[in-house]
Ligand binder design. Sequence first.
Ligand SMILES: Nc1ncnc2c1ncn2[C@@H]1O[C@H](COP(=O)(O)OP(=O)(O)O)[C@@H](O)[C@H]1O
Ligand SMILES: N[C@@H](CCOP(=O)(O)O)C(=O)O
Length: 309
Amino acid sequence: MNQIKIFSPATVANVSCGFDVLGFCLDTVGDEMIIRKTVEKGIKITKIDGFDLPLETKKNVAGVAALAIYEDAKPDCGFEIEIYKKIKPGSGIGSSSASASGVVFAINELLGKPYNKTQLSDFAMKGEAVASGSEHADNIAPGIFGGFTLVKSNQPLKILELPTPSNLYATLIHPQIEVKTAEARNILPKNIPMQDAITQWSNVGSLVHALHTNDYPLLGEALQDVIVEPHRSKLIPHYNEVKKAAISNGALGSGISGSGPSIFSLSEGIETAKKVEQAIQEVYTKTGIEFYTFTSKINAEGIKILSSE
Ligand SMILES: Nc1ncnc2c1ncn2[C@@H]1O[C@H](COP(=O)(O)OP(=O)(O)O)[C@@H](O)[C@H]1O
Ligand SMILES: N[C@@H](CCOP(=O)(O)O)C(=O)O
């Protein structure tokens, strides 16, 4: 195989209570990438379509992640990368992570799959760190493994695959403002009160249990965030109104997607998810702020191969 084209999906990190550890994979939105072997050694980004991002290898998360796997594998060839970017950078649905995960997945395929998914996540994290200023795998893991994932530890990297309830749908609204992950991390407190920590870890445990037992009401109860949301929600216009509209129209719960400004809601069944989408659109239409919404099933597969030659 000399060339591969892949779909690298958008992802929702944190899932309310699981800052830096929980995430899930979306299906309807994602970037496409073409990666091909070259005789000339090294990593080159030859095209970025859609958004104005650096072509320079060491400034682009895709380039840095590609270098991480390339320097470890030491293959007898180089790689060039084309990125067809559909996920707006700074949207909170893992734009940078999709590039980092996609490229390492593709290079691994072109090399004959020498690495497992955890090793690929480790390489991709090196790229993600360029965008957010810190290594976190909560977007990377759901992209590479698919479904819901929990990052048990960063060093050594250990990722747990959680079950994906088949009738669970995510509705996203992306207000057209940019929140840089690095900045949204800087506004967070360094210490948290013990009572908040207790509430948060009880919710993480409940959420994991709910996924294992298909307990939708418990999943809804667990979608609470008493640590990060109070700080970051201030960066998102009409955040509380969106949440209220989603929940009063049947959503199990809502929260900030990644570092925002996107807001996610989870619903049981596509009909409810579509009703939630409409209610959220009504809230935002009145604000005059540009936005887009979409509803997606949870993508249990993760990154997909579109073609290869
Ligand atoms: N291939 C890439 N895709 C997306 N963002 C990139 C890429 N390479 C570098 N970046 C930088 O990463 C930042 C966006 O990342 P981040 O703030 O984490 O947004 P997101 O939440 O959408 O991942 C921007 O400053 C962007 O210039
Ligand atoms: N855990 C990170 C996740 C950032 O996600 P992104 O989609 O906004 O890049 C954080 O919350 O900082």
